[in-house]
Structure formats: structure tokens, C-alpha cells
Design a protein around this ligand. Sequence first.
Ligand SMILES: CC(C)=CCNc1ncnc2c1ncn2[C@@H]1O[C@H](COP(=O)(O)O)[C@@H](O)[C@H]1O
Length: 229
Amino acid sequence: MSNGGELDRRLLRRRHEALANDVSLIASEFLAGFQKVREIDRPAVSIFGSARVLEGSAVYERARETAAVFARAGFAVVTGGGPGVMEAANRGCREAGGLSVGFNIELPHEQGLNPYCDLSLTFKHFYARKTMFVKAAEGFVIFPGGFGTLDELFEALTLIQTGKIGSFPVVLFDRGYWAPMLEWIRARMLEEGLVSAVDIELLHVTDDPAEAADCVVSRYEDRLDEGSA
Ligand SMILES: CC(C)=CCNc1ncnc2c1ncn2[C@@H]1O[C@H](COP(=O)(O)O)[C@@H](O)[C@H]1O
């Protein structure tokens, strides 16, 4: 099966005349994504984190618990629809009776959609898929993870920092995991003037599922009161 990687490589090699066709395929993927987001009939949180953690690990179980708190607060939970933290969050949401959403990606050694999604769509391109995480969400909770997780974290932060999207809450779950990164951001990025203090204030850090959910839910309620949600 052709996957997003092959398509992206082909797109970069393409002669100009052939590009329009490829670009229209990408556009249709965006459209299908936006249509799927419209099916989410309630406010939502996007939860990111490692594809590699297993059931029973602390990270998996905290993600499952956090998603359940969101579901009980009336929020849908959106993830990448894969294994690890994605599965944990979809599972916790489903177990608590919430609406569980997975925006999956075709990968060369793909593991497919986890079995805990009520709504789902599988993308070929990471960039179209990442847009849906942002389009759908009132906030972001990020669990420990690798390159994919950091990509999603910094995409959300960059969009907020540059004013492309509103100032949605970004919650880093697991103080111990994120502390060295935050320290480096303060000691180097901030110290050398590459970010400003207000940019760092966008990040909330916690070890508590209820606090993570409250951070997103209460900001959403404030925006509802202001009429800006
Ligand atoms: C075990 C394995 C490599 C499975 C790959 N299967 C995947 N399925 C769906 N989304 C993924 C996958 N790998 C990475 N991602 C995306 O990148 C993030 C996790 O990447 P990482 O494990 O932190 O870097 C997730 O939030 C997800 O959106």
C-alpha cells in the first residue's frame, strides 16, 4: 500500500506539471479531516504521547486516567489513534463513556487504529493530520514521548506563540520527564533571547490527571463566559 512517506517523497521529486494532481490529493485529505472534526459534537482535548508505552506502565495508566476525567467533564478525547499513550487515552475516554476520536496515520510498519475509537480517520500525510489535532481541540495534554510527541507539542506552541490560533492551554504531564527540557528552555532559549517569558508561561506542568483536565476545562468555560469559545 502506498503510504504518506512515499507520497511526500514523490511530491518533493515531482516535475511542476505533475504537482497539481498531488496537491489536490492533499487538499482532499484536509477536507475529509475537517468533515470528521465536524462530527465531534462537544468540546475536545488533544492528548499526545509516546506510541511505545505499554498497558500497566505509569505513563499509560496516567493517560488512561486523565482521559477518563476529561470524558466525565463532557469532553471528547482526540489522539493519533495508534498504540501507547494514544491507546491509553482513547481507552480511558471510552471506559468513562466519552467520545473517543483517533486521527491515525498510515506508516510503513503500521500497527493500525487502536480498538477504542468511536470516530476515526486514517491520514497519509502527517501535516494534514496535525492540523486536525489543533482544529478539534480546546487544549492539549502532552505525556512523555519521543520525536512525534515533541513535534506535536512544538507545533501547538508555535501556532499559539505566533497568534495563528488562540491561547489554548498546553499541559505537560509528568514533571520529572519534562523538567530537563524546561530547564534548557529557560537556561538557553530564554537566556539567549530566542523565546520570551510569556512564551514559557504557555506551558503548565503537572502530575495530576484532575489538574490537567481542570486546566483545559476551566479555560474553556472562561472562554464560553467571554463568548469567545
Ligand atoms: C510503536 C510505533 C513506532 C508505532 C507507530 N504508530 C503510530 N501510530 C499513530 N501515531 C503515531 C505513531 N507513531 C507516532 N505517532 C504520532 O506521534 C506521537 C508519538 O510519537 P513518539 O512515540 O513520541 O515518537 C503520537 O502522539 C502520534 O500522533
